[in-house]
Design a protein around this ligand. Structure first.
Ligand SMILES: C[S@@+](CC[C@H](N)C(=O)[O-])C[C@H]1O[C@@H](n2cnc3c(N)ncnc32)[C@H](O)[C@@H]1O
Length: 247
């Protein structure tokens, strides 16, 4: 059955959350009716919300997860399994303290927890943190709400491994330098930063989110006292894995 969200007078579907209502207002001008089984809709929804990110910071993520209302199919980046580039990297390894940045629904954090002494997985969205906890009620992962741009001092310099997957590419490019420094600040000496992200050539225009990273942006990470020890390759627009070690 085709479900329709009809937007009239600030009432959108059955979702009473004001922020979500506002976001939906941008998306669907009043009177429009939208087929919720349009396979492109969820992706378009995320992209259009994200295009507000330069003005609204990370707030759109919370609104987006509220809108998704616990339906994993509405989250375009939720593969419900660890990213293959992470699974591949994990093989045969054991870890001490791990931090997972922008953990989303928790699948990468859970895969790390099978091999780590401890995992702290945080996300700026409270809704997704609660969602991840519900998905993994027996989890050994310490899930928490946290903002990469406002890390508490006690989290800094204590992680042997820091993993970020598809969060950098969802941040406005003008905040990336700050984000790189924040990621590096979590690491112990000799600790490793793992980044899984899409990349683009400089001449490729930025479209809707995700905003793949430039190779020159990875060079910025090299300047933070980190040595790049691994980089996979893939066609432009595809995901690659990069690993740095703190010197
Ligand atoms: C595209 S999603 C990727 C989620 C997950 N890593 C995955 O691969 O499925 C980006 C995630 O980063 C989170 N995020 C965005 N800005 C953040 C910030 N400043 N601090 C922590 N998490 C953030 C979002 O809420 C979202 O869950």
């Amino acid at each position: 059955m085709v479900e329709h969200f009809v937007h009239t007078e600030g009432v959108v579907g059955s979702n009473p959350i004001p922020t979500t209502r506002l976001l939906l207002h941008w998306l669907f001008n009043s009177g429009q009716s939208v087929a919720m089984d349009d396979p492109l809709l969820h992706r378009k929804m995320a992209a259009r919300m994200a295009n507000r990110a330069r003005e609204d910071g990370a707030d759109w993520f919370e609104a987006f997860y509220q809108w998704a209302g616990g339906d994993e199919e509405k989250v375009p980046w939720a593969d419900l399994m660890p990213h293959p580039l992470l699974s591949d990297w994990l093989e045969g390894k054991q870890f001490g303290a791990v931090a997972v940045v922008g953990c989303g629904l928790g699948d990468d954090a859970e895969a790390l927890a099978e091999r780590a002494n401890s995992v702290w997985a945080f996300d700026v969205s409270e809704t997704v943190v609660e969602w991840a906890k519900r998905r993994y009620p027996e989890s050994l992962v310490e899930y928490g709400v946290g903002d990469l741009f406002h890390l508490s001092e006690e989290r800094k310099g204590i992680y042997g491994t820091v993993v970020e997957i598809f969060t950098l590419q969802a941040l406005p490019p003008e905040r990336r330098t700050e984000a790189f420094a924040a990621l590096a600040s979590l690491l112990l000496p000799q600790g490793e930063l793992v980044v899984i992200t899409r990349w683009r050539e400089p001449e490729t225009e930025l479209g809707p989110v995700p905003w793949p990273l430039l190779m020159s942006e990875f060079d910025e990470i090299d300047k933070l006292g980190l040595e790049r020890i691994e980089q996979t390759s893939a066609e432009e627009g595809q995901a690659i894995r990069l690993v740095w070690r703190k010197i």
